[in-house]
Write a protein that binds this ligand. Structure first.
Ligand SMILES: Cc1ncc(COP(=O)(O)O)c(C=O)c1O
Length: 473
């Protein structure tokens, strides 16, 4: 028997020397080309994979700098407490730094955030206080106001204050920006990011613009956030925010850490588009990231298509790991409940597959049967219409509504054959047909379609079947 020598996979060399602590592994995240979702596009698009940070998000870059600044300024002393209103990722970043520096952490978090995020913070020993999402930002119960109050009332505590703390954009100016410049050898032409606190886009934007003022800074904003409109109207139009599902980016107030002056363009994206792209990044690129990464990726591809330039170099950001959203955008049930799954892709075969019941696949009559027999059959199987089949061909249709109306008018009709009074045959559609196209075929005068696969009738889809299917989705 021949023996093959096991060969080691050809991994790229990195991490050749040991680190003193996990904090030393923050930053210098890889820049990874997107190959599949960019199919057919000339413009190269790369993703700054912040999911490689030890806490799994871009926020790891600001955790330690915020704590170190408070230490330097004498505001945080040994045994102290770090308080923050955080949607989770900043909490993880602060918690990692706090664990290593020996501080206690208290985080407040709006209730729209995923359970995984709450559990994650608790895993690091942090205390988490959940606050209502549906309150104005200045309400005492909002997560920001609640964090402020706790920081004030707790001795030797600081508010990390990521929305107003300059250490946040400065961390990106000092790390993310220079990394991108070096990794692209100065060839970056477009940087696409989201803005939560605005720290990333402000710090990176300032750095890149200093290096090359022509670099375009583009922000993807969720539909419902106020940032894009504020920027477009130069601050004149202060619209009210509306709820959306993407986490971590967009705002209902303008953060102090966001410098609108570095931004060249805003694009507004829906939850549905954001989540669809996040799922594509995972399934097509093997990059498991959250909804904000999907939203920004969606914008990056829009830009790539628009500029159609092989000499350009677009960088998008993978802000945080998809593991934080397993019960949300990576759950088909949750996506369906929130009408976020693309129903266009559902086929008639799916509708047939979800039909329940003990009735035969298809109940039909032949042209020579009487109206009486047809009505009995419909009542027996509790259906409202029947195809009239001549062998494998649908030659007409009858409905209980039309048969009863005609029979009540003239009782003799009951003994007539269905071929005498039948209506037009039901359309026959292919099992692979999109549900949306079939919905348009169903009407009062055409209450059902027959479904065929490779020339054989597989079943019937009625208006009520379609309605049940749509309601279940
Ligand atoms: C998931 C996610 N994406 C993106 C961002 C945006 O980062 P920044 O606050 O630097 O604008 C955040 C920040 O909260 C985030 O949590």
């Amino acid at each position: 028997m021949s023996q093959t020598t096991p060969t080691a996979p050809a991994f790229v060399e990195r991490n050749r020397t040991p680190y003193e602590s996990v904090l030393d592994t923050v930053g210098w995240t890889p820049l990874i080309r997107l190959n599949k979702v960019t199919r057919g596009m000339r413009t190269p698009v790369y993703a700054k994979a912040e999911i490689f940070n030890p806490g799994g998000s871009v926020k790891d870059r600001i955790g330690l700098p915020i704590i170190e600044r408070a230490e330097r300024e004498g505001r945080l002393k040994p045994g102290g407490t770090v308080v923050e209103g955080t949607s989770g990722n900043t909490g993880v970043a602060l918690a990692i730094a706090a664990v290593l520096r020996g501080y206690r952490c208290i985080f407040t978090m709006p209730d729209k955030m995923s359970q995984e995020k709450v559990r994650l913070l608790k895993a690091f020993g942090a205390e988490v206080i959940i606050t209502p999402t549906a309150v104005p930002p200045d309400h005492p119960d909002s997560y920001v106001m609640m964090a402020k109050r706790i920081a004030k009332e707790t001795p030797n505590a600081i508010l990390a204050d990521q929305f107003y703390n300059d250490a946040n954009p400065e961390a990106h100016y000092a790390t993310t920006g220079p990394e991108l410049w070096e990794q692209t050898e100065g060839r970056i032409t477009h940087f696409v990011a989201g803005a939560g606190t605005g720290g990333t886009v402000t710090g990176v934007g300032r750095y890149l613009k200093e290096k090359n003022p022509k670099v375009q800074i583009i922000v993807g904003d969720p539909q419902g956030s106020i940032l894009a409109e504020y920027w477009r109207s130069h601050g004149a139009n202060k619209v009210e925010g509306t709820p959306y599902k993407v986490e971590g980016i967009g705002q209902d107030k303008i953060p102090g850490t966001l410098d609108m002056g570095v931004i060249d363009e805003f694009q507004t994206v829906s939850d549905k588009e954001a989540f669809a792209m996040a799922r594509r990044l995972t399934r097509e690129e093997g990059l498991f990231a959250g909804g904000s990464s999907g939203l920004i990726g969606h914008v990056a591809l829009n830009v790539a298509r628009r500029i159609n330039d092989s000499d350009a170099l677009i960088v998008t950001v993978l802000c945080d790991t998809g593991e934080r959203y397993l019960s949300k955008l990576y759950s088909d049930e949750w996506m369906r409940e929130n009408q976020l799954l693309d129903t266009d892709r559902a086929t008639v075969a799916h509708v047939l597959g979800t039909k329940e019941g003990s009735a035969p696949v298809i109940v039909s009559v032949v042209p020579g049967q009487t109206v009486r027999q047809a009505l009995r059959l419909m009542s027996l199987h509790d259906v409202s219409q029947l195809p009239v089949m001549d062998g494998a061909t649908c030659v007409g249709s009858v409905s209980d509504w039309s048969l009863s109306a005609k029979s009540l008018e003239n009782a003799k009709v009951l003994d007539q054959t269905v071929s005498d009074i039948m209506d037009a045959p039901f359309p026959v559609v292919d099992a692979g047909h999109a549900v949306d196209a079939i919905v348009k075929l169903l009407s009062k005068s055409n209450p059902a379609v027959l479904v065929q696969d490779h020339g054989t009738i597989q079943g019937i889809v009625t208006r009520s079947d379609m309605l049940s299917f749509m309601m279940a989705r």
